[in-house]
Design a protein. Sequence first.
Length: 291
Amino acid sequence: MSVRKVIQKLALTAILGAFALLLLFPVGVTIVNSFMSTREIAVNYGPVGQMNNVIPGRSDPFANLKWLPDQVSLEQYGKVLLDSPLYLSMFWNSLFLVVPIIAGQTLVAALAAYAFSKLRFRGRELLFLIYVLTMLMPFQVTLVPNYIMADRLGLLNSSGAIILPGIFAAFGVFMLRQFMQDIPYAYIEAAKMDGAGHWRIFCTIIVPMVQPGLAALTILLFADYWNMVEQPLIFLDDPLRQPLSVYLSNVSSERGLAFAASALYMAPMVLLFLYAETYFIEGIQLSGIKG
């Protein structure tokens, strides 16, 4: 490798590393500050809260800001988990919304992707194009039709108003179809010669071969719906039914609780990614680059 290429590689690594640190900086600050005590949070961020009253030329409220706690404390975590029952309630609300959406959309998307990629019927490509066009529509475009449909079905202020549209979203179909297109059709023909039907082919051949795609889809769906805010605010009138993502906006005024709650909020997503990291990377590569 020439010296020029080595220098270019080092420069690119340095630039990417700088961007990575920039993106991870808020996460690191959140986690580190979650281990500060209430008193230290007040001393550390009190001047920042008064920054609107700072006169130009006077002292900078960020000048004495400390990034590391003087002493590690679990006080904020205790307040969130033990003294804030609303946090745990909304945590379970989030799970009761996200898990059915992921399970339902994964099943529906896998079946639809199998039909669009391996079954031959008239108008297949046109139907898939129309189906995927819904992905190009922003959430606000489909908001009114979904609200009207939920109202007609009597689903407003219930989990079904959020779960049902999530189950039949088009993203999973598009992603898994791109993945299944790379599976040779010879496998299906051989299974048919042995007398296997479509359901057996789907369960015994297709599903095992698309496990990386299913893992990648699961992580992407979890990240998307775990962070949803608009749907709960619009479809759920009862604050006690709303998920954890809405709760975080209500504790922003209490900095210590906000740091601890945010750190706990990130934990399920991080653990899920670490558990399925290999499948996730492989699934993204195979379904996103090929096809």
